[in-house]
Design a protein around this ligand. Structure first.
Ligand SMILES: [Zn+2]
Length: 380
């Protein structure tokens, strides 16, 4: 039953890359795909029209952040996140485990849940896996994430071990409660739930976490706790390990990855879904993705360059504006400058995903992967 939310259409022969279709209550989407991050129901400096313009099909919002402000009730009244922001595409929500662990909010956690302080009201709150599922169903997203215990890269192995133990307990409670609250909803209207595999950069912990989660039989699996500053080799090794445990017919989502080189390498290892703040964060500081590699548009060199950000890009920004103009706007921290640069970087990643699919279909993905991985070798 759970299997038919995802099917694989084409497999690459030289690598583990694949093209699939994910079916959600808001429609289908071809994998691999990249989701712009819309934490508070907006991608920073990017409108819903802009998202349509770049032909993005899915975004990811943060359930925990939205539950505090504007609150689930308001979004429910609006008809869900999609209606609230007039977005007709697919919406993923993250549980917000990651944010709850930020030092300014986090007050402690037990096997029961996470204690934290609402930064807006100062109120002390307790998040349980069950409560988190109710929030995500209330927000009306198409795909929800389990509440996980999110270890940081600098945590000791013992701390990460404890985090995967808690993540497994919570995953069991999430899937159980998620089924109960959706029991009267017809299958085609149901929200999909992904389990999150943790384990830092430790092979043995990744294995344990994968086994726990796969035993619970989720509809899809997320790989959490990577793209946090480990080396690319470590990151890819962890993907290879968890992929050994995840059944072939389940979609796999690498959370937080947005470097072009990282994306093609992960796709070649069988990852299907991505999201990251990386493209918009880079855009705001003037780091532009191009088909020839990175461009620092804030640099002195671009001061009098009246060429587009990327001459091989056909986005509206590149058709119309020059490097010199965008540099000038970014130097003055003008909102429009942030918008133009963010749009281009996100557009680039959308086309990168299209190109990956095209190359997989042609049977030439591996050489394309090599080229992009070399152009974007470093993780910064
Ligand atoms: Zn462009």
């Amino acid at each position: 039953m759970a299997d038919n939310i995802f099917s694989i259409k084409t497999k690459d022969k030289a690598t583990k890359a694949r093209i699939g279709v994910l079916r959600t209550k808001s429609g289908e989407i071809e994998t691999p795909f990249f989701m712009p991050v819309a934490t508070k129901t907006v991608v920073k400096h990017v409108t819903t029209e802009n998202l349509e313009g770049m032909r993005a099909k899915a975004i990811i919002c943060n359930a925990f952040v939205l539950s505090m402000r504007p609150g689930v009730e308001l979004i429910e009244k609006a008809g869900g996140i999609g209606k609230f922001m007039d977005w007709k595409g697919i919406v993923f929500t993250d549980s917000g485990g990651f944010q709850m662990y930020s030092p300014s909010l986090y007050e402690g956690s037990t096997d029961e849940g996470v204690k934290f302080r609402n930064p807006f009201s100062g109120e002390e709150l307790f998040m349980t896996p069950e409560k988190n599922m109710e929030i995500q169903v209330g927000l009306g997203s198409d795909v929800a994430m389990c509440l996980d215990s999110m270890p940081l890269l600098e945590n000791s192995k013992e701390e990460i071990e404890e985090a995967i133990r808690k993540t497994a307990i919570w995953a069991g409670r999430c899937i159980g409660h998620h089924k109960i609250i959706q029991k009267d909803i017809p299958k085609e209207k149901k929200q999909i739930l992904f389990g999150i595999i943790q384990g830092g950069v430790y092979e043995d912990l990744r294995k344990i976490s994968s086994k726990y989660l796969v035993d619970l039989d989720f509809e899809g699996y997320s790989i959490g706790g990577l793209a946090l500053g480990e080396t690319r080799e470590q990151e890819m090794r962890m993907i290879e390990i968890v992929k050994k445990f995840i059944p072939e017919n389940k979609p796999v989502y690498l959370m937080g990855a947005g470097n072009p080189g990282e994306l093609v390498e992960a796709i070649s290892r069988g990852v299907d879904i991505f999201d990251s703040r990386f493209p918009t964060k880079n855009a705001r500081t003037g780091t532009i993705f191009t088909w020839k590699g990175r461009l620092n548009v804030r640099g002195e060199k671009c001061k009098e360059e009246f060429a587009p950000l990327d001459e091989d890009c056909d986005c509206f920004v590149c058709k119309r504006y020059t490097r010199a103009y965008i540099r000038h706007l970014l130097k003055h921290r003008e909102g429009v400058g942030f918008q133009l640069a963010s749009y281009h970087n996100l557009y680039f990643l959308q086309r990168l995903m299209d190109k990956c699919k095209e190359e997989i279909r042609k049977g030439t993905f591996d050489s394309f992967r090599k080229k992009i991985a070399e152009l974007y070798a470093d993780s910064e």
